[in-house]
Design a protein around this ligand. Sequence first.
Ligand SMILES: [Zn+2]
Ligand SMILES: [Zn+2]
Length: 355
Amino acid sequence: MIATGQPVSAAAPAVMKVAELTSELTIRPAERPVPKAADGWAVIRVDAAGVCGTELHFLDGLMDPRGTPRVLGHEAAGMVCETSGRSELLGMAAAVYNVVNCGSCRYCRTGRDRLCLRSGGMIGFTVDGGFSEYMLAPEANLVPLPPAVAPEEGAVLACSGMTAVHAVRLSGIGLDSPVVINGVGGVGLMLIQAARLAGATVAAVGDDPTKLAMAESLGARACVTARTPEDYSTLDQQVCDLLGRRPDVFFETVGTRETMRAGLRSLAPAGAFVQIGYTAQPYDFHPGELIKNELRIITSAAGSKEDLETAVSLAAQGRMKTVISGRTDLAGLTDAIEGLRDRRVLGRNVVVYNR
Ligand SMILES: [Zn+2]
Ligand SMILES: [Zn+2]
């Protein structure tokens, strides 16, 4: 059971369990001193930390943790148990916005906090994160969780929920715009809901019948099964048939050459291809294909604190649902990460802490 809502500042132990990324790019259990709050940062007793596909990029050496050992876990929620100034936060359930930012540069002031000119890194990437019984986070990065949003939901919202809200905001979806969401993993399932809330008519593309059934239950009007490059070569016609016309927006969460090319070729004139998150694959099309129809490529990575606040608010109202497929403890973290390789995880696995 997860205990929530009780301040534990007096009862916090001196030592905590963590799972850390080593210089050999493995995850190992370790013990560390429980950190102390200082300089605008608070100590959070972590109640839940989502296991994201991004973790694979660290294990595969594609992302730089800027020093090891590093505690990953960028999707975290828990209870504030020590602050360095704002005592009113003590005992509050909160999701952690993971971009350490200045709060005052032109990007921070305009909802693009992730692009902060004076960023201090990202919690769970280059700053120790939530695969740890306790963690540090800037007090300014704490987003309160109302009682209707459990810590594990808050954790998932702190990555895929926020990411979906951000991408939909950048996409400029219009009322009844036909849109395609390619990929029905953790982010895709959130995107379906966010795009619907913005007024879109959604077709979801995926390779797994169970995930596509979930996509339909979350609001996708139509679903397309696509697994192979051949399937993607006819995607434009399939989505056109299902939506009645070409899509105005194609959200890409898969990131292979074939899927990215298929997405661009499916778009209506003046449409937007929205690339979400990281891909190592190059684009494979001639610029003329964009220019002749004034197509746009928009990239979207993570989101702002306001995007996370929006995701939490929508979840509290029951308008954005998180899909949690399983729970594990820290000892099961490596298995949970590796389980993401074959894209068989429905929604998100979450690390929880037995206390
Ligand atoms: Zn994530
Ligand atoms: Zn800034």
